[in-house]
Design a protein around this ligand. Structure first.
Ligand SMILES: [Zn+2]
Length: 487
């Protein structure tokens, strides 16, 4: 059926060492497609959406370089762990289900959260400090009715057309509230992500994961060291290792906070001391809040670079819907990767700088649509990056809050932009090539990916779609946008 496939896979094996040695060769999308990859064009034309999705779910992938630890967790996982005190370290949680007016209303212990926001979740130690009247507004999570559980889960994912950027930034994190401060849940969630991404064929996760802000069940601050040990112990368990997914972490700085420079200094020191697990630093937070503009951090970073050996930077930039020079300024900070880069084309000089260069853009198609930075996938600059030699990889950002996965990103990219096989493979290779892994590990990962993709294509050549497993999940985002996948 796909007669030229074997010769294509042989070609990949033959040229792999060359690709690895001259990374820029593979990062720039080929302008002239290899005629031996036409089997994928034939497949795309003949396959139903369901068959294409199944193919892409089974397809070996490289890495996800842009995913936030707490935003990557599905609402169902949050609920399961929140009510399971064996898995969550013995914490118990309550969530706000009523809005009865009490004396001192609005003067609660978490002043940054609107008192009229429902499904804000608090730990038991906070619940016990509330007045009797306020306590009546909360229900223990384990006592919610099935209808309430569904509503609670929907409150932390963008499941409605009218929900967008404000819902995401102003309510999701505030609702999760103290659930996101539990180091056992955070560690367990990372392993769940390893399993789910592993099922999709990924071999490496570079997750944005902090060990600050965690609390004990009694409401005492958890030290960074204690939280890091909880994580390391969880990652050392058999089920985590059996995923076959390598994990490294990136520390996030919330860029617009008043003491962000001091936090950056502390983070730099921490990452330097924990290079076995931490491979870089990111800066996060709404870019339309000007208090976190990139150049604010230039002098701090220059001081830090005088004291510490190099630490890699990947920084959110260009995740806005107006033109500015944030990407240029972020490169000036020393970033090797740019998160999102949606507004790059509005800055022609920086666009030229990034062509056939070594700065990768972490593209998050679903995030950019749901958070309203593009109003249609067709308007996303991704194909312009990919096809003019700007290195790109696909990633999932906060996929738990979008109810999506990396297969969905590939499916949308293939469907919307008619990706060739060479382009699909390039995206995965880029995700490994531009990772912050040390050189020997990166080399081993690239070899492993080549083996995986060659085995996959050979099986597919011999057995067609019968070589493919049914996807373990079909998430809500892709069900909503491509209802034909559920028929
Ligand atoms: Zn992000």
């Amino acid at each position: 059926m796909f007669s030229s496939l074997r010769s294509f896979t042989s070609l990949v094996l033959l040229v792999s060492p060359l690709i690895f040695c001259q990374s820029f060769v593979v990062t720039a999308a080929a302008k002239i497609e290899n005629s031996q990859t036409n089997w994928f064009n034939d497949f795309k034309q003949q396959a139903s959406d369901k068959q294409l999705y199944k193919f892409l779910y089974n397809m070996p992938k490289g890495a996800d370089l842009h995913n936030h630890a707490s935003g990557s967790n599905f609402p169902r996982w949050w609920y399961e762990l929140a009510i399971n005190s064996e898995l969550n370290g013995g914490y118990r949680y309550y969530t706000k289900t009523k809005l009865t007016l009490c004396q001192g209303y609005g003067q609660n212990a978490f002043g940054y959260i609107s008192p009229t926001l429902t499904f804000v979740t608090i730990a038991e130690n906070i619940y016990k400090k509330l007045s009797a009247c306020e306590q009546k507004n909360y229900t223990q999570l384990s006592s919610l009715t099935p209808k309430e559980i569904k509503a609670w889960e929907q409150s932390i994912w963008l499941d409605k057309d009218y929900e967008g950027r404000d819902e995401f930034f102003q309510t999701h994190w505030q609702r999760l509230n103290e659930l996101a401060n539990n180091p056992y849940i955070a560690a367990e969630m990372l392993v769940r992500n390893m399993k789910a991404f592993g099922n999709e064929g990924l071999i490496y996760l570079e997750s944005q994961f902090n060990v600050t802000g965690f609390m004990t069940p009694n409401g005492k601050p958890q030290t960074q060291t204690a939280a890091l040990n909880i994580l390391k112990e969880r990652l050392a368990q058999d089920d985590a290792k059996q995923t076959g997914v390598e994990v490294k972490l990136v520390y996030q700085l919330l860029r617009f906070t008043p003491n962000a420079e001091q936090q950056l200094t502390d983070i730099y020191k921490f990452v330097d001391q924990n290079r076995d697990l931490y491979v870089g630093i990111n800066m996060v937070g709404r870019e339309d809040n000007g208090k976190g503009h990139p150049l604010r951090f230039l002098s701090t970073l220059r001081e830090l670079r005088q004291q510490y050996p190099a630490i890699a930077l990947t920084i959110h930039a260009g995740e806005v819907d107006e033109p500015n020079f944030h990407i240029r300024d972020t490169l000036l900070l020393g970033a090797d990767r740019i998160g999102h880069g949606v507004n790059l084309l509005g800055d022609p000089q920086t666009t030229l700088l990034m062509r056939h260069n070594h700065y990768l853009i972490e593209v998050n198609l679903i995030s950019n649509l749901l958070l309203e930075y593009v109003d249609d996938f067709k308007k996303h600059p991704f194909p312009e990056f990919l096809r003019t030699g700007i290195p790109v990889a696909l990633s999932t950002d906060d996929r738990g809050m979008f109810h999506s996965n990396l297969t969905d990103e590939f499916f949308i990219a293939v469907k919307t932009f008619n990706l060739s096989w060479q382009e699909v493979v390039t995206l995965s290779k880029n995700s490994l090539e531009y990772s912050f892994l040390d050189h020997p590990t990166k080399k081993a990962m690239l070899v492993k990916f080549d083996e995986n993709i060659n085995t996959f294509t050979q099986n597919f050549e011999q057995n067609g779609s019968s070589s493919l497993q049914k996807p373990a999940v079909l998430n809500q985002f892709i069900r909503r946008y491509y209802p034909q996948l559920t028929d």
